[in-house]
Design a protein. Sequence first.
Length: 79
Amino acid sequence: MHAPQTYLRLFQRGRWTADGPSNAVWMRVRITSAVESPWSDEAATILLDRKVPYVFVDGAFLKIPQAVAQRARQRLPIR
């Protein structure tokens, strides 16, 4: 993964929704940061759908732009 600290931007680029995709195929996202946060804790559950631009975060859904999802799936920095 390139520039893992940029993955905190997933939360800035999306909007929270009540529902997520019905046929989700999730991949785990691990976020690292120099400063501790609830999102970089090992207990945090952060999943990215492999096909549609959704992130599942500790029981809630975040719809993100398709371009952001594609970069995350390719393990590229989030701009």
